[in-house]
Design a protein around this ligand. Structure first.
Ligand SMILES: Nc1ncnc2c1ncn2[C@@H]1O[C@H](COP(=O)(O)OP(=O)(O)OP(=O)(O)O)[C@@H](O)[C@H]1O
Ligand SMILES: [Mg+2]
Length: 234
C-alpha cells in the first residue's frame, strides 16, 4: 500500500498541497478529483519524486519513498503516466514501449510487452507505426502501456481523460480498474472528470486548493450534490 501522510508542497509563495493524507491500497482504484489548480499534478509529481515535499512522508509497503530519486522510485514499483501523454512522437509504438523498464531483464521486458499487447490489442496492431500516427485514445493506451513496462505495483495516472471522447475514457478506465482487481495493482487516478473517475474507483478523495476536503466511498462522493456544486462545478 502507498501511504501519504501530511504531505505539503509549495512553489515559492504558492502552497500547492497542504497536509494531504491518503491511502492507495492494492487491487483498487483510488480517485483524487478536483478542479484546475487543486494540486492534483503536484501530488503525482511528488509521489514520483519529481517535486520535493516541504513536509510530510510517503511510504510504500512500509518503506519511506519521499525524498528519493525518481529513478529509485520507479524501480521500487511506482510508475507515473504524466498529464499530456508523454509518448515520443517519432518513435514507433514498440520502441516507445521498450523505453519503459530499460533496467529490467530481457525476459521480464518481453513478458511485459506481451502483456501490454494483450491488454491493449490496438498497440500490437500498430507496433511498427510511429506514435504520432496514433489517435488520442491510442496514445493514452501507449502511455499506460509504457508505464506497465516497468512492472509496477502502483500506477499513478494523471488526468488520462484529457482531450478524449467520453466513450474512450470509459473503456480505458474500466480496463485499468479490471487490471487493478485482477493483478493487485494499486491505482491512483487524478481527474477533473469526476463522473467517470468515481464510477470506476472504490474510494474518492476531493482536493480543493491543495487540501483534502472529503474522502470516502466513491459512490457516496458521487451522490453528494452539495459537494459536487461546491468543489466540482457540476
Ligand atoms: N512549477 C510550478 N511553479 C509555480 N507554481 C506552480 C508550479 N506547478 C504548479 N503550480 C501551482 O500550483 C497549484 C497546483 O497546480 P497543479 O498543476 O498541481 O494543479 P492540478 O490540480 O493538476 O491542475 P489541472 O487540473 O489544471 O491540471 C496551482 O496554483 C499552480 O499554478
Ligand atoms: Mg494537473
Amino acid at each position: 500500500m502507498l501511504l501519504i501522510e501530511n504531505l505539503s508542497v509549495s512553489y515559492g509563495a504558492v502552497q500547492a498541497l497542504k497536509d494531504v493524507s491518503l491511502e492507495v491500497p492494492h487491487g483498487h482504484v483510488t480517485a483524487v478529483i478536483g478542479a484546475n489548480g487543486a494540486g492534483k499534478s503536484t501530488l503525482m509529481r511528488t509521489l514520483a519524486g519529481l517535486t520535493k515535499p516541504q513536509s510530510g512522508q510517503v511510504t510504500f509497503n512500509g518503506e519511506v519513498i519521499s525524498g528519493r530519486k525518481p529513478e529509485d522510485i520507479v524501480r521500487m514499483g511506482i510508475a507515473l503516466v504524466p498529464e499530456g501523454r508523454s509518448t515520443i512522437p517519432e518513435l514507433t509504438v514498440e520502441d516507445n514501449l521498450k523505453l519503459g523498464g530499460m533496467w529490467r531483464s530481457h525476459a521480464q521486458r518481453n513478458a511485459s510487452l506481451s502483456r501490454a499487447y494483450s491488454l491493449f490489442p490496438v498497440l500490437g496492431e500498430r507496433k511498427s507505426m510511429r506514435a504520432d500516427t496514433l489517435s488520442g485514445g491510442e496514445r493514452q493506451q501507449l502511455a499506460i502501456g509504457r508505464a506497465l513496462m516497468t512492472g509496477p505495483q502502483v500506477l499513478l495516472l494523471d488526468e488520462p481523460s484529457l482531450g478524449l471522447a467520453p466513450l474512450i475514457v470509459t473503456q480505458i478506465l474500466e480496463l485499468v480498474a479490471r487490471m487493478a482487481w485482477d493483478s493487485g495493482l494499486a491505482v491512483l487516478l487524478v481527474e477533473q472528470n469526476a463522473t467517470v473517475a468515481l464510477r470506476i474507483a472504490r474510494t474518492g478523495v476531493v482536493l480543493n486548493l491543495g487540501e483534502v476536503v472529503k474522502s470516502g466511498p466513491a459512490a457516496e462522493i458521487a451522490s453528494d450534490e452539495e459537494l459536487r456544486h461546491a468543489y466540482l462545478g457540476y
